[in-house]
Design a protein around this ligand. Sequence first.
Ligand code: G3P
Length: 478
Amino acid sequence: DEEVYNYYADGEWKKSASGKFVSIINPTTRTPQYKVQACTQEEVNKVMDAAKAAQKLWARTPLWKRAELLHKAAAILKEHKNPIAECLVKEIAKPAKDAVTEVVRSGDLVSYTAEDGVRILGEGKLLVSDSFPGNERSKYCLSSKIPLGVVLAIPPFNYPVNLAVSKIAPALIAGNALVLKPPTQGAVAALHMIHCFHLAGFPKGLISCVTGKGSEIGDFLTMHPGVNCISFTGGDTGIVISKKAGMIPLQMELGGKDACIVLEDADLDLVAANIVKGGYSYSGQRCTAVKVVLIMESVADAVVEKVKAKMAKLTIGPPEENCDITPVVSESSANFVEGLVMDAKQKGATFCQEYRREGNLIWPLLLDQVRPDMRIAWEEPFGPVLPVIRISSVEEGIHHCNASNFGLQGCVFTRDINKAIMISDAMETGTVQINSAPARGPDHFPFQGLKDSGIGSQGITNSINMMTKIKSTVINLP
Ligand code: G3P
């Protein structure tokens, strides 16, 4: 029987009064692995009340003490990297080594946030009035950063630990309370991560983690009057949330269709290595994965051959064996990927490998000669399938990239730095990587999407600032 996990509220692990559970299906075995509580709206209300009360005291806790607790949580998290990583392997089929890396990266992120927070929040501003026309030097304005209140964090399945702490740590260091709604796949890893914060000794009610069905508590959470900020990473649901949310700051990181533009003068071995890493790591289930390759016709055959050779070396199988390609997160996800592949087949794409699927495991596939009338030219598979579109000019590549609804990241490969900068300027994406595949990290870099890819900017410093407001006190001299 699957193990049952409680939710976290008021500094305790609790069973929901609903008596109901949400099952977590192991993507590899396709059988139930864990069960989490299906929390009720009433339980959410209680969590919000407790968060509000705890936040008031927390905001008055000295900054250095808040930082100290975060450093402690980071150390505990790293100490428990193995059991947490095991959950990631079982719940989201993340390759074993990557699962450990995710937890370690998370510990580092929490520590860095604590350090960055004491610097950023430890500084205020003093303005004097006589710089504005008509004023004497009679007003002194003191401004500093204050917390927003209760931050609701909703991370996605692909980084249930890392993309949770990237919201939790900035919220807490800035003096906010935090309510986490983990994704169903990854909820148990997230609960373990929360346990590390529990062990560090944060005040009761300041941090809570509610699990449950989106249909029951999803809208209820995101539209809850007790929420003062939402930080969400995931898919289209983010667009729905932003339409329903109240007048509160939103941080959204949604999908991407990150393009990789390859110029004729590029280092083709470097290109191939980055296409394989960028396109197929964690089986393409990253919002920053390379999702379309736009390549100059004259070098296309050579690059496709090099990519094929590298793909042939990828290992395919269970995450426990640390295979490169592991089952995608769910059957519906695998079916969606298959739908894109079949559409491309019907419309005449060139298959560089045979399409193969067993359960949720999809063999890595490169589709050449993809044309704009194919769904895969525009849609995000979130699976190990990558389209190649051959272009006859750089402008054509930029045009395809900018015609997308998404605008997360993109990359360009060339040895000509002037061209690279010009292309970067022309690409309507939050980040452009020159001579490397897209990536969010290092985690203190700004990370943002344009258009349907998001609202606001993340990265440690930006997240801390986003989770605060400016408060001024003006001293008026007689
Ligand atoms: O898919 C989530 C996104 O934040 C990716 O992060 O580190 O894989 O570039 P990363």
